[in-house]
Ligand binder design. Structure first.
Ligand SMILES: Cc1cc2nc3c(=O)[nH]c(=O)nc-3n(C[C@H](O)[C@H](O)[C@H](O)COP(=O)(O)OP(=O)(O)OC[C@H]3O[C@@H](n4cnc5c(N)ncnc54)[C@H](O)[C@@H]3O)c2cc1C
Length: 454
């Protein structure tokens, strides 16, 4: 059995900790069974946003006539679109792995790790041990329990981001952000998309008004079966046939491809974390304290596998804290998650930070909320954004910013200033008293906050 000062399982956000330790001269085992760089680089944020940019370009061309431009798309080169992504990502992943292999203090184990006893992992045929272990092994797509599923070729986002051929008819099961983003990608490029979602609205965790508007827009773009559950799947020649219980009725869908996007499950089961005494919650995510240490002293966890926010910037924040806390026992820093923003890169885009109006109400807060339409601002009307709006939520007495919710063009950019102000615990004055460039799009954020009545 080999012993190390530190074992890091997972080469996504966990790399922050392993490189900090290796640079300090500690011996580090980096355990990774997939490509280096983790989900964000290889199967998540980066490839999805690169593909979605192609979809956005297509949409811009389609909308060109609104601005007096006659344009026609003669072709969308699927091979090129996918290759651009693969050619960017794969060399990056290889370079990260190479950097680790070349570090004199890092030993790379390119295999699946599994705990076999207290602070001991089995990786391939080897056993490794360390007093300090960081579990950063992320999540994987959840596969729903559908009768006959194993008989049909289905995919998750893991495969959807590098498909060799564009499907003609695609059924997407799910209603969260991955389903929404990939529907936009495939749909804009010409695939006939049907979304089957068990709830009444897409993006159900967003503010109710945002989720309702988003669902309306998607109902115009795609075939949508809401309140619907896929009961059975089977194959008919090259086709996939799905039996769906939809609003109390039986429907049959036929497609060339099936994408399951119904959430993620933590990799704690495959890692057998119980063998090292690490406790998980009822959903299987690792329990940690505010410093990200598990119930077992010296064993830390970060990122998706702790289940707080399944977002890369949250994982990065946590990784920076673990990298600090592991080496600074006397001055550990608790993670401050306040004002964690997120964005959905669909069309329309959605972005949000802080409490939704419903959460403010349910928490019994004295709050004010107000929405402002993009189209009622100079820039919003000049770009013909008729669906977009910003909702501001603030405390009625202190005027502290409680939340902000954006649906529309560049929502992922507009949210940032509110996230920054909230993070600094500023009140609405930070926005209402600032001077905004006229007639730029952020004016819609300022107007939403100005229209709050306290
Ligand atoms: C399609 C998609 C789009 C996304 N888009 C965004 C976005 O736009 N913005 C955003 O903020 N977030 C996005 N995310 C989420 C983001 O990718 C994750 O939050 C982030 O990558 C989590 O990082 P992590 O370090 O916790 O885990 P990961 O990056 O998943 O790293 C875990 C690593 O551990 C390895 N591993 C797991 N088990 C073992 C084992 N037993 N042995 C060895 N190695 C193991 C895995 O191979 C993996 O490389 C997206 C995710 C998906 C799926």
């Amino acid at each position: 059995m080999q012993s190390f000062d530190l074992i890091v399982i997972g080469s996504g956000s966990g790399l922050t900790v392993s490189s900090e330790a290796a640079d300090r001269g500690l011996s580090v085992a980096a355990v990774e069974h997939g490509p280096f760089g983790g989900t964000c680089l290889n199967r998540g944020c980066i490839p999805s946003k690169m593909l979605i940019h192609s979809a956005d370009v297509m949409e811009t061309i389609r909308r060109a006539e609104l601005f007096g431009i006659t344009a026609q798309v003669s072709a969308a080169d699927w091979d090129f679109i996918v290759k651009r992504v693969v050619d960017t990502i794969d060399p990056d992943a290889q370079a990260i792995e190479e950097t680790n292999r070349q570090h004199p203090n890092v030993t790379v184990f390119k295999d699946s790790g599994r705990f076999v006893e207290h602070k001991v992992l089995e990786v391939g045929n080897e056993r490794i041990a360390a007093e300090t272990i960081v579990i950063a092994a992320g999540t994987r797509p959840r596969i729903p329990d559908i009768d006959g599923l194993t008989e049909v070729p289905f995919m998750t986002s893991d495969q959807a981001l590098r498909l060799p051929r564009q499907p003609r008819r695609l059924v997407i099961v799910g209603g969260g952000y991955i389903a929404a983003e990939l529907a936009h990608f495939f749909g804009a490029l010409g695939t006939e998309v049907t979304i089957v979602h068990r709830g009444p609205r897409l993006l159900r965790l967003e503010d109710d008004d945002v989720s309702a508007r988003f669902t309306e827009v998607y109902q115009q773009r795609f075939t949508m079966l809401l309140n619907s559950i896929v009961r059975r799947a089977h194959r008919k020649g090259e086709e996939i046939v799905l039996e769906v219980a939809s609003d109390g009725q039986k429907r049959t869908l036929t497609a060339d491809a099936l994408l399951l996007a119904v959430g993620r499950v933590p990799n704690t089961d495959l890692l057998d974390v119980a063998k090292t005494g690490v406790a998980v919650d009822e959903r299987g995510f690792i329990k940690v304290d505010k410093y990200l240490e598990t119930d077992v002293p010296g064993v830390w966890a970060l990122g998706d596998i702790v289940g707080r926010y399944l977002l890369k910037h949250s994982a990065n924040l946590e990784a920076a804290h673990v990298a600090h806390n592991v080496f600074n026992g006397e001055s550990r820093m608790p993670v401050d998650y306040h004002a964690m923003p997120h964005a959905v890169f669909a069309s329309p885009q959605v972005a949000s930070v802080g409490l939704t109006e419903r959460q403010a109400r349910e928490q019994g807060l004295l709050y004010a909320a107000s929405t402002y339409s993009y189209y009622d601002t100079a820039y919003g009307s000049s770009i013909e954004d008729r669906d977009g709006f910003v909702k501001a939520v603030a405390h009625r007495e202190t005027r502290a910013i409680l939340g902000c919710h954006v649906i529309g063009s560049e929502a992922s950019i507009l949210i940032q200033e509110v996230a920054n102000a909230m993070r600094m615990r500023l009140a609405t004055d930070a926005i209402t008293q600032s001077i905004y460039v006229h007639p730029a799009l952020p004016e819609v954020v300022q107007r939403a906050f100005e229209s709050l009545s306290f």
